[in-house]
Design a protein. Structure first.
Length: 283
């Protein structure tokens, strides 16, 4: 999360125009192979919306271009045809009331959850599915294409239990601890996530490519069940990154690359940056 190289999505991108039921598989020599497949998995998008966040309380209901932040996430995400259901999961009656007033499906969850993943696990007990997508309520620049990228690997049947996204990051932004970086192997499997600049460039003249992690996830049901049974892990606690619990316990995460950056709203600076982008896009 945090400000990276974001640009506002065009209306076509935000509405999911042109998205087909096509799965892209990694190919040899850096190529990709595409195939059209029949969707057989039930995929549910969940927007965890905690009202009292630590750094910017109440952000999910703050207005951007006349709508609550979570409303933008909902409208953009529902443009993806791979979703069978989309619901907000919250711990606040004010969020539930807003959703009811605007026709957004919502459910109440415990205020004791430490992460959006735990909130999704609770919601999973009431909403059956094969795959659950974690679409953060503080990602108002999310697009339907992001949602599709999260879901596609499950349809491809590649065996991964968890998916997420990355986007290219300028070297000048890599030192910002509010931007989480990710490094992967050649097949897209996550090696590590960090607030530090990774890879570390020991030789200033050596080439280094940086990627920003976008805080959106897909999980198979079994991965969520396993996650909540595992204790918080040392690296997770040191970096304060919940996804490291999967890696520390040997659960691989597939990271797909997108060209569309977002701004995850963690600070007032983030909020104002998104506000300016949305206002410029609508003018």
């Amino acid at each position: 999360m945090g400000i990276g190289n974001a640009r506002p999505a065009t209306p076509a991108e935000a509405d999911g125009a042109g998205i087909a039921y096509t799965v892209v598989r990694p190919g040899g020599a850096g190529k990709t192979n595409s195939m059209t497949t029949t969707k057989t998995l039930r995929i549910v998008g969940i927007i965890p919306a905690r009202l009292h966040s630590e750094r910017l309380p109440g952000k999910v209901l703050r207005r951007l271009a006349g709508r609550a932040m979570l409303h933008h996430v909902y409208e953009r995400a529902r443009g993806c045809p791979l979703l069978d259901e989309l619901v907000v999961a919250t711990d606040a009656e004010s969020v539930r009331d807003y959703c009811a007033q605007h026709g957004i499906p919502a459910c109440m969850t415990s205020a004791a959850h430490r992460s959006g993943t735990e909130r999704i696990h609770e919601t999973m007990q009431e909403i059956p599915a094969d795959v659950y997508l974690n679409l953060q309520a503080d990602e108002p620049l999310l697009t339907a294409a992001h949602v599709q990228l999260l879901a596609e690997p499950f349809l491809a049947g590649n065996g991964f239990q968890v998916t997420t996204l990355k986007v290219a990051l300028e070297a000048a932004s890599a030192a910002n601890p509010n931007i989480v970086k990710v490094v992967t192997d050649r097949s897209g499997r996550a090696l590590y996530f960090s607030r530090a600049p990774i890879p570390h460039r020991r030789d200033p003249g050596a080439p280094a490519v940086y990627y920003k992690h976008l805080g959106l996830y897909g999980y198979r049901r079994a991965a969520l069940e396993q996650y909540v049974r595992l204790a918080p892990a040392p690296l997770e606690q040191a970096e304060r990154l919940e996804q490291l619990r999967f890696l520390e316990n040997g659960i691989p995460i597939l990271v797909s690359e997108t060209t569309q950056d977002t701004i995850g709203v963690d600070t007032e600076e983030d909020f104002q940056a998104v506000r300016r982008l949305l206002e410029s896009a609508s003018s």
